[in-house]
Design a protein around this ligand. Sequence first.
Ligand SMILES: Cc1ncc(COP(=O)(O)O)c(C=O)c1O
Length: 401
Amino acid sequence: MSDSNNDSNSEQPDYSFETLAIRSGHPHTSEQEHSEPIYPTSSFVFNSAREAAARFSGELPGNIYSRFTNPTVRNFEQRLAALEGAERCVATSSGMAAILSTCMALLKAGDHVVCSRSVFGTTFTLLNKFLAKFGVSTTFVNLTSREEWQQAVTANTKLLMLETPSNPLCEVADIQWLADLAHSSNALLMVDNCFCTPALQQPMKFGADIVVHSATKYLDGQGRCVGGAMLGNDEIAEEVFGFLRSGGPTMSPFNAWVFLKGLETLRLRMDAHSANALTIAQWLEKQSGIEKVHYSGLASHPQHALAATQQRAFGGVLSFQVEGDRDAAWRFIDATQMVSITANLGDVKTTITHPATTTHGKLTAEEKLSSGIHDNLIRLAIGLEDIEDLKADLLRGLAKI
Ligand SMILES: Cc1ncc(COP(=O)(O)O)c(C=O)c1O
């Protein structure tokens, strides 16, 4: 942001998170619009053949084609970079595109990745099935076992990857410790910050080199668009940008605009999601028919103290095991009337999921067991509905276990 009242073009690092979320990344155009404009254009025109040549050669900066750059996408990238404290952001067409693009840009045949076993199932498949085809091998480890991380790192390890808190068990990893481990092995640490967003956790402050996002979740916040982003220093981001230019998984300007507006209310929403989730987690712990509640905001959670040091609050996602088997969990889910049975999360609407048969359905029985994905486990992504209405709906489920 500049000193001028009418131009939020250049960043000033001393603005607070809330101010950056609302005002950064919007250079007003000559139209003097107040709200961020959308540029739904596939290409950009040049004043002359000479100018076109200079843009293509890189001699002159400026837009060429929206697979490369687009002003609305750039607005979103600048705002998210300001919020994560990153030098640069590269927006992508989905969260998976952010992870794929980062891997494609930074890894080559013969390289090795160490990845938490508790990552999103599709991330597991991307590494285990597709990147493996191109000679990139991955060792999967227990997110919270320092021993397993240490033992898995080899001379060829280039990347350590994780999500914290994890999905759906809300396990928390020590980002600083993992960053030190990565750097002592000349590797990079990549954190998927989907569950917390920068409103609750800024992994780069703890030494992470790369942050990735499924913008589809809390950055949008209302379940409208699919998108993603990677953040890093200029050098890393330039490599990833180079892959996007050639590979093509770029964000659409319309989606960028939706995410840009989503960021404006991110802190408020994340605080409200966290407050509602903590209330529900504490309440569920006291209900009969509940075997265990997994939420890092609970004193009973094994990494509660660590979560409190890394995160501003504990986020909107929790999971719990009902007393009984898969059918008991399904009966609970089917008895609810208000919460949405859907696999998405990060929405103002509360969602309910049975991980063992949906998001983690492709894991073998053994993999499910070692990842704690039990048949009686249910995930809730707590929305912003009235807390009493939420409890009343969950009581319908409890009555049917
Ligand atoms: C933690 C996490 N990372 C990445 C993804 C993938 O994001 P997208 O669906 O936007 O590709 C998801 C999707 O659920 C996720 O939960």
